[in-house]
Design a binder for this molecule. Sequence first.
Ligand code: GLV
Length: 322
Amino acid sequence: MARPAVLITRRIPSSVVARLEERCAVEIYDGPDAIPASELSARVADKQALMCLLTDRVDRAVLDAGTGLRIVANIAVGFDNIDLAAARERGVIVTNTPEVLTEATADFTWGLILAVTRRIAEGERLLRRGEWGGWALDFMLGSDLRGKQLGVVGLGRIGRAVASRAGAFGMRVAFTTLDDEAAGGAPADKRWTRLSLDELLSSSDVVTLHVPLTPATRHLVDRRSLLRMRRRGYLVNTSRGPVVDEAALAWALREGLIAGAALDVYEQEPRVHPDLVGLENVVLAPHLGSATIETRTAMADLAARNVLAVLSGAAPLTPVVA
Ligand code: GLV
């Protein structure tokens, strides 16, 4: 019997490819950039499984082209790049990679919190420009975290992992949850305070976003919400870019309505709003939340295990659409 065919849209660790090759015929797109949409549709036509990235749009056209597809395994926890309704209609299983990236993403979020409140990236830029004149008592002062409030928007797995690190920095935690947010993980710690979004925005010193991108969360942070934040407050986003209205954020940073922001995700990656690029009080990271060797390998491995399970007739391990 012919081995099932799998398309992988980007190079992944060879140990994971080897695991798939034991049972499948594997084709890997290894162009320098994300696979173009037309190429994705053409290559998926004779495949039973697609392993893809958050940069690949798996829309109706791709799903129509993949008439033999049984599974789309996203190598990411977010899945806003996939048309779930279209997959469901066609009986295609969709999986993501929860859990394995939670800790790496939470660590990175704290990296951004420290980078923006202690002006680490700004200081490094200044030093590299040769503008450092030496130590001074009042030079490049940031803001303490101890005794302040961390406002966590979205208490799924990553939100909880970020909140659970707050004690190490002497911060108290407030959180808000949205109805359609992905659940998962343990219940909230009893020491954490639940607030409405507006209460959280106006009372937190650092606001960190951990919601999935849905119609309800698109531009959740807009001019109105930025106006609610404290003037000494910071905004951190490691969720999805369109959760924040970048033009509104640039305006708030420029006008000094908030003290700073740190972003790992953008509305139109890899483009970053030009108004943000020129500002010193924003840290701009290139979508690195889960980017460790161990975590990215575990994500690819989980996606491969989902593919192997479904192709052998078993249930997927981490389904989004079963
Ligand atoms: C990264 O952004 C992911 O969704 O895994």
